[in-house]
Design a protein around this ligand. Structure first.
Ligand code: KIV
Length: 263
């Protein structure tokens, strides 16, 4: 079983090969994700929504992230395991270091932080100390109240240029991966071209290096299916087949289709 590392994803970007990312929160689904050959498993703080039934990710704690990370780790030894740092757990450099250590010791191989330029020093500090970082730009759900709702970001030229500039600053600070959420497809393309590190899109069009979905969304069992997601279980005989189909459609470039993307 060949394990996936950041070097694998860098080589895939270099060779223009797409890769698939799925959220996971527990041992059983984590095993299915491993056996479906999904490259990256993300313990998202979306667990606040889909596991805990909260209306945002804000209530999620570091201890909860560590608990779910450990469960996911036990189910999957192959995929790269990235875990979210939850709301306010990286608001200062000191708490970022302490909380990232807890999440890494629970089994994560990389932590994900939401935000732009203001995070540059934190990204530098973490990566210098051997903690790989995935950035997250565009729609950043931990800032939902500041953003005024779950809305498409980077719609005008100024906002799009600013997002690319801030993502480049995070790359320069040491970020290894970048998630971009809910932006026009053209901005997903431009970010992927501008950054040397692999860019993972969710609602960012087909041009990003990787694609991520929330597990419950791609199985069609969420309360509301976002426009950018697809119910893969509808066309499959089992959960395992649906997860495998997601990976195959991402790698072949058939997902996301135009109806899953924003203009
Ligand atoms: O929390 C999460 O699941 C995420 C993905 C949707 C990118 O951040």
């Amino acid at each position: 079983m060949k394990t996936i590392s950041i070097s694998t994803l860098n080589a895939m970007k270099e060779n223009d090969e797409k890769f698939a990312v799925l959220t996971a929160y527990d041992y059983t689904f984590s095993r299915l994700i491993e056996s479906s050959s999904i490259e990256v498993s993300l313990v998202g703080d979306s667990l606040g929504n889909v596991i805990q039934g909260c209306d945002s990710t804000i209530p999620v704690t570091v201890d909860e992230m560590a608990y779910h990370t450990a469960a996911v780790k036990r189910g999957n030894k192959r995929s790269l395991l990235v875990s979210d740092m939850p709301f306010m757990s990286y608001s200062t450099e000191v708490n970022a270091l302490d909380n990232a250590a807890v999440i890494m010791q629970a089994g994560a191989q990389m932590v994900k932080l939401e935000g732009g330029e203001w995070l540059a020093d934190t990204v530098y500090l973490l990566t210098e100390r051997g903690i790989p970082v995935c950035g997250h730009v565009g729609l950043t759900p931990q800032s939902v109240h500041k953003l005024g709702g779950y809305k498409v970001q980077g719609k005008d030229d100024h906002a799009a240029d600013q997002m690319i500039k801030e993502a480049l600053i995070l790359e320069e600070a040491g970020a290894d991966l970048m998630v971009v959420e809910c932006v026009p497809s053209s901005l997903g393309d431009d970010l992927s071209a501008a950054l040397n590190i692999p860019v993972i899109g969710i609602g960012a069009g087909p041009g990003t290096d990787g694609q991520v979905l929330v597990l419950q969304d791609m199985l069609g069992i969420s309360q509301r299916l976002p426009k950018f997601s697809k119910d893969f279980l509808k066309e499959s005989n089992s959960i395992q087949d649906a997860i495998t189909a997601f990976g195959n459609e991402v790698r072949s470039g058939t997902f996301p289709a135009p109806e899953h993307s924003f203009k």
